[in-house]
Design a binder for this molecule. Structure first.
Ligand code: TEU
Length: 573
């Protein structure tokens, strides 16, 4: 039997860019494509080999570009289609690949398709979106069901003109496309996928990939008795036609040998995940599971307190995503702790106190680089950027997810100061805004994000710690978080089979202090020990004939204890 060659995306190290916040080349306070272009050598120097660019399409920006007005056009403040083609070419020239965001569960309400759809009940595109008549309870008009939207409120929006509701799982300005209609699907493939595949992109990160087939539209069970709207994620995700839709979409992608990583919320069932990522199913190459990043979330994401989870639960979540490789030899998984929807990982999973933040960033780097699957790194994570501080005002939160939540708490509690303080504390810990502040490039005006002579201020407030945490300084410092990421990525590549493809075993799931795991690949074995506390912890290394210290995140030797937030990797024999 001949073993097929490995797919490139399995060994890829993918760097995610959020265009609005990466680099502003023209001083309008908003990042842009030419800004990305100017930093390609920096990105390459980290040791990544693929770039994922978040939506750069034309959009009214109600949800930062995840509300697309025109798939075939670049958002003018980011640049032009020519800029995008040049960027794709320059990425390829450096031997890297480029992946775009594919957002096709919904469009903007300003997309030409929706404008037509809403114009009359007999418009040919009426059925391209999901329209339903009202229900009446005691003579009062109510939406077709009680589903809660991802940004709060009902998922249904009443449209006066045609006297029907349309479905939007996210905000009202993001109507859901009707995937049941095959003409709609064909139009999506052509406009959102083929248009860019023809221009050389190497694949897609597929937004909310498990929501195309909505399944049973009946009322969701009551889990929040105080609210009219109830969590319905288990109903609108993973519906009955998902496999069929994804296989059809995959036929288009296969023609271009394009890779896919699908975003897969609300799917803790590993058998279900496996159906998406087993190669023979021909659906997706891999998915982002939410097991790890949802940890510590409340019933409604922000209804929680900071660090409301235990280390064993964090480890179990990692084990669950790692287990995909064992469950099926043709399945694949991903490793990530940050993206544009998550607060900073140092703040969430280690400590962002000044004396610990660097150690925390290095520890997470060491842990991630030793885990199997395709590795994703989010802009600024390589520098150890952390959440913005608690003293910043609510007005610094720009994301609709955060502002809607705060509004909801204000309404529900009648502006109770204690409830509002708790909401703000939770946002300080978990809000998406923390990942969206301008990248800290230098100890310079606007942290080097905008040119020094700019008259516009950046669209989000730059962090105040750029004097001690910025890309230019770290590029010349091998002891920095960036220096350590470079070292770890090089080690990951040098031991690619073991770290990227090896089998994962947690040796002590119940420990509240240490994360100790092994990776095994044929004759090779690595032992990884991570101290997830801010104190020194004694460690026991398993009795083996030989152990070789490959790396300590704090540059220490083979000592019997681990410093606060220290990680080590040993090769065992
Ligand atoms: O996110 C989809 C998603 O389900 C969540 O991660 C979402 O951000 C969270 O529930 C909000 O609390 C994707 C994108 O990554 C996100 O930025 C978009 O806002 C969303 O889809 C809509 O397109």
């Amino acid at each position: 039997m001949t073993i097929p060659p490995r797919k490139w995306w399995k060994d890829a190290i993918i760097y995610q860019i959020y265009p609005a916040s990466f680099k502003d080349s023209n001083g309008d306070g908003v990042g842009d494509l030419n800004g990305i272009l100017s930093e390609l050598d920096y990105i390459h120097s980290i040791g990544v080999n693929t770039i994922w660019i978040c939506p750069m399409y034309d959009s009214p920006q109600v949800d930062m570009g995840y509300d697309i007005r025109d798939y075939e056009k670049v958002y003018p403040p980011y640049g032009t289609n020519e800029d995008m083609e040049r960027l794709i070419g320059e990425i390829h020239k450096r031997g890297m690949r480029v992946v775009l965001d594919l957002v096709v569960n919904h469009t903007s309400d300003q997309h030409a398709w929706f404008r037509e759809s809403r114009s009359s009940k007999d418009n040919p595109k009426r059925d391209w979106y999901i329209w339903r008549p009202a229900r009446y309870v005691d003579g009062k008009r109510v939406p077709p069901n009680n589903w809660l939207g991802n940004f709060g409120g009902s998922v249904w929006q009443w449209d006066d003109l045609t006297q029907e509701y349309y479905l939007h799982l996210f905000c009202p300005e993001q109507p859901d496309l009707n995937w049941e209609n095959s003409a709609t699907r064909q139009a999506i493939y052509k406009s959102a996928m083929e248009f860019w595949l023809e221009r050389g992109v190497d694949g897609f990160r597929v937004d909310t990939v498990n929501m195309y087939s909505k399944g049973d539209m009946s009322d969701a069970p009551i889990t929040d008795p105080g609210s009219e709207w109830q969590f319905a994620g288990y109903q609108y995700c993973n519906g009955p036609r998902m496999a069929e839709f994804l296989r059809e979409m995959n036929e288009v992608l296969e023609r271009y040998d394009a890779m896919t990583v699908g975003e897969c919320p609300h799917t803790p069932d590993m058998e279900r995940v496996l159906q998406y990522v087993s190669a023979k199913a021909k659906q997706l190459n891999m998915v982002f599971q939410f097991d790890v990043v949802d940890i510590g979330h409340g019933p409604y994401k922000f209804q929680t307190t900071p660090k409301n989870y235990t280390l064993p639960s964090f480890k179990r979540a990692i084990a669950s995503t790692q287990s995909l490789l064992r469950r099926a030899p043709d399945a694949w998984t991903t490793v990530f702790l940050e993206n544009h929807d998550q607060a900073r990982s140092i703040s969430r999973f280690t400590s962002d106190a000044p004396q610990h933040r660097v150690a925390g960033g290095k520890l997470l780097s060491l842990m991630m680089c030793a885990l199997s699957g395709t590795l994703f790194l989010y802009q600024g994570q390589e520098l150890g950027m952390i959440n913005f501080p608690e003293r910043w005002d609510m007005s610094e939160y720009k994301d609709i997810d955060s502002t809607n939540y705060y509004k909801m708490v204000a309404e529900r509690s009648n502006n109770d100061p204690e409830a509002l303080a708790a909401a703000k504390k939770s946002l300080q810990h978990l809000a998406r805004d923390h990942a969206r502040v301008p990248m800290s490039w230098a100890d310079a005006p606007f942290n080097g994000f905008s040119p020094p002579e700019s008259t516009s201020t950046p669209w989000m407030r730059p962090l105040e710690d750029a004097a001690t945490c910025n890309a230019r300084q770290q590029a010349g410092d091998k002891d920095s978080v960036l220096g350590f990421w470079k070292k770890m990525l090089a080690l990951r590549r040098a031991h690619n089979d073991l770290f990227v493809h090896g089998e994962f075993d947690d040796l002590d799931v119940e420990s509240e202090e240490l994360f100790v795991f092994t990776k095994t690949w044929r004759g090779e074995k690595a032992l990884v020990m991570c101290n997830f506390t801010d104190k020194v912890v004694q460690m026991e290394v398993p009795d083996v004939s030989k152990r070789e210290l490959l790396v300590s995140s704090l540059g220490r030797g083979d000592e019997e204890n681990l410093e606060a937030w220290e990680g080590r990797v040993y090769l065992l024999a």
